[in-house]
Design a protein around this ligand. Structure first.
Ligand code: NI
Length: 135
């Protein structure tokens, strides 16, 4: 374990209050431990974007299937990325809305390219991700 460095951080009061409520709810023993955990989560959530390491995770695509040919376009894009998509799940959310949960595993640059191509298919309501570096 590396050595611990003490540092000071400024917070808006309401942010710190909300943070403390979550810490209490989760039963984390100290604010320092919770901040360390939050920073690790932040790094994991975003670090994959900075390198071209192997990553794994999911992309979430929320869209309305009533948009012209969007289902077909989303599937066409995924067929171009067979090398990094081991699986996909389709949830019918309502009469019109769908959520695709696209599992991904491969080089970060390929996953970024896939996300970009999905975004370019048309009127997606939301595109989100949970992608982690895998060592
Ligand atoms: Ni559907």
């Amino acid at each position: 374990m590396s050595k611990t460095i003490k540092t000071g951080v400024s917070f808006p009061e309401d942010l710190l209050r909300s943070f403390d409520k979550v810490i209490e709810e989760l039963g984390i023993e100290s604010r320092s431990k919770a901040i360390q955990e939050a920073i690790r989560a932040f790094i994991s959530m975003n670090a994959w974007r900075l390198s071209d390491e192997e990553v794994a995770g999911v992309l979430l695509v929320h869209y309305s299937h009533e948009e012209h040919k969007i289902d077909e376009k989303l599937i066409d894009v995924q067929h171009e990325f067979l090398d990094i998509i081991p699986s996909m799940m389709h949830l019918h959310l309502s009469g019109s809305d769908c959520l695709q949960i696209i599992a991904v595993k491969g080089k970060a640059s390929r996953v970024k390219k896939l996300a970009q191509k999905l975004r370019e298919t048309g009127k997606i309501k939301q595109l989100s991700h949970l992608v982690l570096p895998v060592y």
